[in-house]
Design a protein around this ligand. Sequence first.
Ligand SMILES: Cc1cc2nc3c(=O)[nH]c(=O)nc-3n(C[C@H](O)[C@H](O)[C@H](O)COP(=O)(O)OP(=O)(O)OC[C@H]3O[C@@H](n4cnc5c(N)ncnc54)[C@H](O)[C@@H]3O)c2cc1C
Length: 329
Amino acid sequence: MKTWVYIDHFKGEVQAASWEALGLGKTFGAVTAVVLGAGVDAAAQAAFEYGADEVIVVDDASLADYRAEPFASTLSALASSSTPDLILFPTTARTRELSAMCAVDLNSGVLTDVSALSVDGDKVTVTRPIYEGKVLEKAVCEARPQLITLRGRAFPKPARESGRAGALTKVEAKADAKSTVEGYSATEAAVNIGDAAVVVSGGRGVSNNPALGLDEKATAQKGFELIGELASLLGGAVGASRAAVDGGYITYAHQVGQTGKVVAPDLYIAAGISGAIQHLVGMRNAKLIVAINKDAEAPIFTQARYGVVGDLFAIVPALTAAMKKKLGK
Ligand SMILES: Cc1cc2nc3c(=O)[nH]c(=O)nc-3n(C[C@H](O)[C@H](O)[C@H](O)COP(=O)(O)OP(=O)(O)OC[C@H]3O[C@@H](n4cnc5c(N)ncnc54)[C@H](O)[C@@H]3O)c2cc1C
């Protein structure tokens, strides 16, 4: 099985899920990483260190900024001449677009959001959640190359082997870019709940503490402060329900769920979140779910391994204090 892995990065900073894809590729043989960009030597070296046997690099100023057209035409041209059987992508906003465009160029297909994959000889079988995660679909891929985007944190990240080397293939860029990027606004770039091992999320409940005597938004800010303290103590990220985002308590980049991000951390703590299906589809693959809610009947408790019935304004700081003690911080 000739397997390629597309290494997704922003200005050379690689999305950790690319290494998960590389680790998966390694489980069924030699794997080739493909790195497109400008000044991407460090990313290429990291690909070797995470297990790539070959790295194909197209390093050119015209690829300094991701745009779908030049990246898709470059990757498609490489795949047309080298004919891999599989091209694996980590799932990111960029790769959703890129994989779809390459599938069109290569007259092939893309299977998205794959959470399990097995290779038996020539037979490639994938599993992926459909219908908001209610059903797991198993599909056998006939197309070649088969393009596959992998669900973040569904596959283990391999250990990095410092100084590991392999075959480096440099290819000239022939991309004809019709657009240029003028700049980036960094407003929401810092939040990456998809990669976090711990996510502590707040819902509408963060705005419910009459004892503070504050208005709804100011109360919610206090609530998210408590959630942020717990998240940073645990080295995690802050998530939110849509009600919290719609209420203007926190920005959309934090939203977990059907219309937000899908997360699969080791630990997910839901505070003041009822557990609507649209929220659950975004977090129910977390390894350990802890719910804090005033209402013992809240549906979130059906998903939680541990549940605390109580006021998050009391429980969250108590948890932070207990964890501080336990971690010696
Ligand atoms: C098409 C569509 C897409 C959607 N996409 C998403 C999505 O991506 N993500 C998402 O989250 N939702 C999504 N929703 C919205 C979803 O249906 C719910 O409305 C939303 O998840 C509710 O958020 P919540 O649990 O924070 O609020 P609520 O349902 O209002 O729950 C608040 C909870 O907080 C508890 N509570 C209140 N005060 C406290 C306190 N002081 N301490 C502890 N607990 C307290 C209450 O008991 C309650 O259970 C979507 C809806 C639709 C129709």
